[in-house]
Ligand binder design. Structure first.
Ligand code: CA2
Length: 146
C-alpha cells in the first residue's frame, strides 16, 4: 500500500464558488474526495493539503520525503513562477504528477509556462475533475498495493 500527497495551491479553495465557466462547479472537497476514492480503489491512501501560502506548500513537499511515493500537485498560479516549489519538488525522490482543471495553454500567455512541469512525470490539463482520476493512475504506476 502506497501513500500519495495531494497538494492544491492558492485560490483553489474557491473552486465551485466562482468562475464556473472556467473551473466548473465541482468544489475542492469534491476533487479531494475523488482522488481519495480513486486511490482507495487501487489500495492506496491519500493525504491532502490546500494552502494559499507558498512556504506552506514547500514545507509539505519537504515533509513528503520518505512518507509518500507520489505527489499530485495543482499549484494554482504558483505553477507559473514558483521556483521554490520547483526546487522543493526536485528534492522529492518520488513521482510528481501535475494537474490543472483548465487548459492553461488555451488561456493567457502567462499561463503557458509551468515551472512545475520539468519536475513532473506528466502534466494532465483541461480535463476538469476527470484529470484527477488519471493523475492517481499516473501517480501509482508500478507502486505495490495491498
Ligand atoms: O486550471 C487549473 O487548475 C489552474 O491551476 C487554476 C489556477 C490558475 O492560476 C492556473 O493557471 C490553472 C487558478 C485557481 C484559481 O481558482 C479559482 C477558483 C474559483 C474562483 C477563483 C479562482
Amino acid at each position: 500500500m502506497a501513500s500519495i500527497l495531494l497538494l492544491h495551491g492558492p485560490n483553489l479553495n474557491l473552486l465551485g464558488q466562482r468562475e464556473p465557466a472556467i473551473y466548473g462547479t465541482t468544489t475542492l472537497a469534491d476533487h479531494q474526495e475523488r482522488v481519495i476514492r480513486a486511490a482507495a480503489d487501487r489500495g492506496h491512501t491519500v493525504e491532502v493539503l490546500q494552502s494559499n501560502h507558498e512556504g506552506e506548500l514547500v514545507d509539505a513537499i519537504h515533509s513528503a520525503r520518505g512518507r509518500h511515493v507520489a505527489i499530485i500537485i495543482n499549484a494554482g498560479a504558483l505553477t507559473h513562477y514558483s521556483w521554490s516549489i520547483h526546487d522543493a519538488l526536485g528534492a522529492f525522490e518520488g513521482r510528481v504528477v501535475e494537474v490543472h482543471i483548465s487548459n492553461p495553454h488555451a488561456r493567457e500567455s502567462f499561463r503557458h509556462v509551468s515551472v512545475v512541469a520539468p519536475k513532473a512525470v506528466c502534466t494532465i490539463a483541461g480535463l476538469g475533475a476527470e484529470g484527477y482520476d488519471l493523475a492517481v493512475r499516473a501517480a501509482v504506476v508500478n507502486a505495490p498495493s495491498r
